[in-house]
Design a protein around this ligand. Sequence first.
Ligand SMILES: [Zn+2]
Length: 341
Amino acid sequence: MPGRPVVRRSLALLAAAALVAAGPVPVGAETPGAGRRAATADTVVAISVDALNPSALRKLGRERTPHLHALLDEGAGTLNARTEHELTVTLPNHTGMVTGRRVHAGSGGHGVTWNDDRRRPRTVQAAAGTPVESVFTVVDDAGLSAGYFASKTKFSLWDRSWPLATDAQTIIEDNQRLVRAFKRDLRGATRAFRFLHLSEPDTVGHDRGFMGRAYLRAVRRADRRVGAVMEVLRTDPRYAGRTTVVLTADHGGRGDNHTDPTKVWNYRVPFVVWGVGVDPGTDLYDLNPDFADPGRARTSYDGVQPIRNGMVSNLALGLLGLPAVPGSEHDLGQDLDVSAD
Ligand SMILES: [Zn+2]
C-alpha cells in the first residue's frame, strides 16, 4: 500500500480540542515524587534520518548538507553516537528510541527483533512479554499530546502498541508528502512531542548502495526536508524559541546493507540536539563526562555508556519537564546534558 496516508484526524482533532478545553496542564501536577524539574521546551521534535551514516555528512560537507550542519553548528551534537548494541536495523532501533530500552527482551529490552510488517507479535508488549511504556504514554499521562510521522508501513506497530497515546500516527512512504503532512500538523495541532522518520537514504541505499552517489544525493534530499521543517520551527511564533529538536539515525550503512552490527559504519550514528536550552556549537561528549566517546569501539551495555540513539525519549521528556519512561534503560536518570548549566 504505497503512499497510503494513515491519519486518524478525528482523534487528533479531539485531542487538540480537549487540550484547548482543558487549558494548559501545569507541569509537575502529576506523578509526585518523580524527580520533576522545570520544563525547558514547550515542544520537542525528534527526527530520525533512516541510515544516516555520519560519514555522509563529512563527505558532503556544509555546502551540500547545510541544514544538518546548521543543527550541528547551532546545537550540541556528536557524529559518534551508537545504535542499539544488538542490531543495526530499522524497527528495533526506532522502537529503542521511543521506549528507551535495549533490544533483547530477556535482559529488559523491548523485544522487537524483526524488521518487517509482520502482525505476530502484534505489539511491543507481546514481543517483550511485559507491559512496555514509551515516550508517547508518558506524554499522554501528563495530559499532553504526542504523535509520530513515519515513512515505512512497519511503524504501524507503534500505534497497535500505544493506541491511545499516539494522537497522530501518519504513515506516508513518499518523504516529500510526509514532510508536507508534518508541516500541516505543526501548524494545525498543539503537541508536546512529535517523531518524524525520513526513509529515503535507506531505501536508495538498498537499491543503489550505501555511501554511493545515489545514496549521497538522497542524503542531500533528506537535508532539504529537515530544512523545510526547521524553517517552520525557526519562524512560526508557536515554535521559535520554545522548541528543541533531537536528530539521530537508526543505523548507518556502507555498500550493500547495514545489517552487520559489528561494523562501525553500521553502528555509528549522529545525535544532535538543537534549540531552546541547548548550548550552541558544543560537543555532547564535552558536555557529558558521565558518558564516554567510544572512538571506533562497538560498546556493550556494560560500563560507561556512549551516547545512544535510544536516549531520544528520556532526553525529550526531561526537556519537557516530564519523568523518564518507566522501565527504560537508556539515560533513565535523564542525565544527558545539552548545556553546561
Ligand atoms: Zn535498511
